[in-house]
Design a protein around this ligand. Structure first.
Ligand SMILES: NC(=O)c1ccc[n+]([C@@H]2O[C@H](COP(=O)([O-])OP(=O)(O)OC[C@H]3O[C@@H](n4cnc5c(N)ncnc54)[C@H](O)[C@@H]3O)[C@@H](O)[C@H]2O)c1
Length: 246
């Protein structure tokens, strides 16, 4: 397919972990992927990987909390059909040590930037476009990061509200809620005991970024057009019988 005809997909936080896997998967699906990340070196590495896979990508080094920069970014993308709001921040802070600023920062990146991007992108998408948001199984409750849990619960609510408003344009809005996925976000945690986490998994393994990329690709596919406003938990069965996280 000539490059000019390829539809575009914006993937935020595509410099790392889950976002990188989503970028590679969407490029393999035939999208021109716009790799959005605030970290240029990480974004360039993803661009190289997409190129070595035979896909097409460009990078946009952008902090998604910068509304003006996000506006310019979206305006510059022709043929936009898919937005994957993947970028997110996470930190472990027990309740007694939490500060209001921890909440503000988590909301600013995990939720408000998602809103800004979604609004600007939806205005440029044709009918039938797709928005996929990264939620988390933690949205259903978890210890030691109430700010993150609350921001991801808000992502679930935002996804449902936006799905209703965009349904008349046949733009679906869904979320993927990963369980424990082996990425830098997890490995950076000081309290991470990978063997203990694996032992809690019915499947005996933790998730891989590609597991989430598959789910995002399905939700963005034409075949998923009748699915909207849903939060798909992808956690290897960990939440069966209860959604309490580790
Ligand atoms: N890893 C997990 O176990 C897990 C579980 C549930 C949900 N999630 C969610 O999946 C998403 C991706 O997680 P990950 O584990 O791949 O994270 P990660 O930390 O490996 O990657 C996040 C990427 O987002 C970028 N980013 C962060 N803030 C940004 C900003 N303001 N502007 C632009 N880019 C920014 C970072 O530079 C990084 O490249 C997040 O929304 C996260 O909350 C992850």
């Amino acid at each position: 397919m000539p490059n000019a005809q390829k539809p575009a997909a914006i993937v935020t936080g595509a410099g790392s972990g889950i976002g990188r896997a989503i970028a590679r998967r969407f490029a393999a699906e035939g999208y021109r992927v716009v790799i959005v990340d605030r970290d240029e070196a990480l974004a360039r590495r993803t661009e190289e990987l997409v190129g070595s896979d035979g896909g097409l990508a460009s990078i946009a080094v952008t902090d998604i909390t910068d509304e003006a920069a996000v506006g310019a970014l979206v305006e510059g993308v022709d043929g936009l059909e898919v937005l994957v709001n993947n970028a997110g921040i996470f930190s472990v802070v027990p309740f007694d040590e939490l500060k209001a600023d921890d909440f503000r920062r988590a909301y600013e990146v995990n939720l408000v930037a998602m809103f800004t991007l979604s609004q600007k992108a939806a205005r440029r998408m044709p009918n039938g476009g797709r928005i996929v948001n990264l939620c988390s199984r933690a949205a259903f409750g978890s210890r030691h990061y109430a700010h993150y849990v609350a921001s991801k619960a808000a992502v679930a609510g935002f996804t449902k509200a936006l799905a209703l408003e965009l349904a008349e344009r046949d733009i679906s809005v869904n979320a993927v809620a990963p369980g424990v996925i082996e990425t830098d976000m997890l490995l950076a945690r000081s309290d991470t005991n990978l063997d203990a986490l694996r032992a809690q998994q019915p499947t005996g393994r933790l998730g891989r970024p590609e597991d989430i990329a598959h789910a995002a690709a399905f939700l963005a596919s034409p075949q998923a057009g009748f699915i909207t406003g849903q939060v798909l938990i992808v956690d290897g069965g960990r939440s069966i019988g209860g959604t309490a996280a580790f």
